[in-house]
Write a protein that binds this ligand. Structure first.
Ligand SMILES: Cc1ncc(COP(=O)(O)O)c(C=O)c1O
Length: 446
């Protein structure tokens, strides 16, 4: 037993010298000045206050709003989770229902439960069935036409695999029905700085929650809520204070400030250079026959289907560790790599070498999915709030048929959850959960 289990393991992991293709975007590459940690101060007369910002924090937020092209940008020191909670709180205050694309992160499910939101679901669609897929604009339009109580639509774009939803089309449709478009852009803060501006705020979203730390040089926990719709500006800080800590971390907030300065002074050029480099890696993977998501995708994220090269399940991580690479995520069939300018050329070369190592093993038939867009929506019998706050218990999956889930369960977060709190578990859900190795689930007590 170690006296410092967390610290010691972090030091040990660091010494492995794996190429970091995971968050945070700064990749521990020495972006921050060493004195940053010695600035772990608190809200003092001259250091402003996050929820009543009128001094230095407000000034930093104005710089960020200009950078992202937003009417108002709010700093969060508690990740994108706090930005999502704030966004949903603001939208729910308008009344009516919220339409959610089902590939939703648990932070939004939890926020919906806390706020008493009753979601209306729309399923994303994937041609290949290999990745999450995107919501189709026509499905959003149909939902809005069918239910005039829908006042907002919530989508996740990009998704974990880098697939981008057509935000421009969605925002036009939503606005024509008087609904607002809310985007969980946790993985896409950098999309304002790529060759083509693909950021949701630029494309017409009303609000967008951005996990800066995931793809930009910001300390873990640093995020923003970007607001484009004036209607939300006045209430936004108060909405955030409902969920946020009253002790926001100044090093995190200062790291956001440093990142903003970097991007305003040449950093965007570095993102564009990295985009070119990553484009060559994607091309290399394509030439080697590896399957990647199609359509418009995050230019800085590499996602390859490794099962088409016969590498699946636990073998994935072992394969990449042999190449001294730490992916962001392996779901058993696909591997995801987050690339930023803070990856070195050595990192990119290692990734290309790993791609070469798939060699002539690639057979696209091996990657084909058996599960093409067949997920049915389970019956909803309670609101998420009722289910989450019900008396609940852990139940083995193989004996929970007919029970009501009190938590969401997702085979490989953040894919498409199989079950949401308040939904009835049926045989189809059970087989999906068991197939993804989930053996127990929290259910409302009978
Ligand atoms: C799609 C998505 N949304 C929201 C979040 C929450 O972000 P954070 O960890 O910054 O709170 C995550 C985290 O992984 C995510 O993947």
């Amino acid at each position: 037993m170690s006296d410092t289990p967390i610290y010691s393991q972090l030091v040990k992991h660091h010494k492995l010298d794996y190429s970091p293709f995971h968050t945070p975007g700064h990749k521990c590459a020495g972006f921050f000045p060493p004195e940053l940690l010695s600035l772990d101060l608190t809200e003092l007369p001259d250091t402003d206050a996050l929820y009543e910002a009128s001094g230095i924090i407000l000034e930093a937020e104005k710089n960020l709003a200009e950078l992202f092209g937003a009417k108002r940008t709010l700093i969060s020191g508690s990740g994108c989770t706090l930005a999502i909670q704030t966004m949903l709180r603001l939208a729910s205050q308008r009344g009516g229902k919220i339409l959610f694309a089902r590939n939703i992160h648990r932070s939004a499910v939890n926020a919906a439960a806390l706020l008493g939101i009753e979601p209306v679901w729309v399923m994303p669609y994937s041609d290949s069935g290999l990745f999450t897929g995107r919501v189709k604009p026509e499905d959003i339009e149909q939902a809005l036409k069918k239910d005039s109580d829908i006042t907002a639509c919530y989508v996740t774009s990009p998704d974990y695999y880098g697939e981008l939803t057509d935000i421009k089309a969605l925002s036009e449709i939503c606005h024509s029905y008087g609904a607002h478009l809310l985007v969980d852009n946790a993985h896409g803060s950098h999309l304002a700085f790529t060759n083509k501006n693909l950021h949701p705020i630029h494309l017409g979203a009303d609000m967008s929650a951005c996990s800066l730390h995931k793809t930009l040089p910001v300390l873990t926990g640093g995020a923003v809520l970007n607001i484009a719709n004036e209607e939300y500006v006045d209430r936004a800080k108060q909405a955030m204070s409902l969920f946020g800590s009253t002790s926001p971390s100044y090093p995190i907030m200062a790291s956001i400030d440093l990142c903003c300065d970097y991007l305003r002074n040449g950093g965007t050029g570095k993102y564009r250079e990295a985009e070119e480099r990553v484009g060559r890696i994607k091309l290399h993977a394509k030439k080697n026959g590896l399957i990647q998501p199609d359509g418009e995708c995050d230019p800085l994220r590499v996602c390859i289907n490794t099962s088409c090269a016969g590498i699946k399940g636990n073998e994935q991580t072992e394969f990449f560790h042999r190449h001294k690479i730490e992916p962001e995520f392996c779901d058993g069939s696909n591997a995801v790599f987050i690339c930023t300018p803070f990856n070195s050329e050595k990192d990119f070369t290692r990734l290309e070498t790993a791609i070469d190592d798939f060699g002539n093993r690639v057979d696209v038939r091996l990657g084909l999915s058996q599960d093409k867009n067949t997920i049915k929506l389970p019956e909803s019998v309670m609101t998420p709030r009722e289910a989450v706050f019900s008396k609940n218990e852990n139940v083995p999956v193989n004996s929970c048929c007919g029970r009501i889930a009190s938590d969401s369960a997702c085979p490989c977060p953040p894919g498409i959850p199989v079950i949401m709190p308040g939904e009835r578990i049926d045989e189809d859900v059970i087989s999906r959960l068991l197939n993804s190795g989930i053996e127990t689930i929290r259910c409302a007590e009978n």
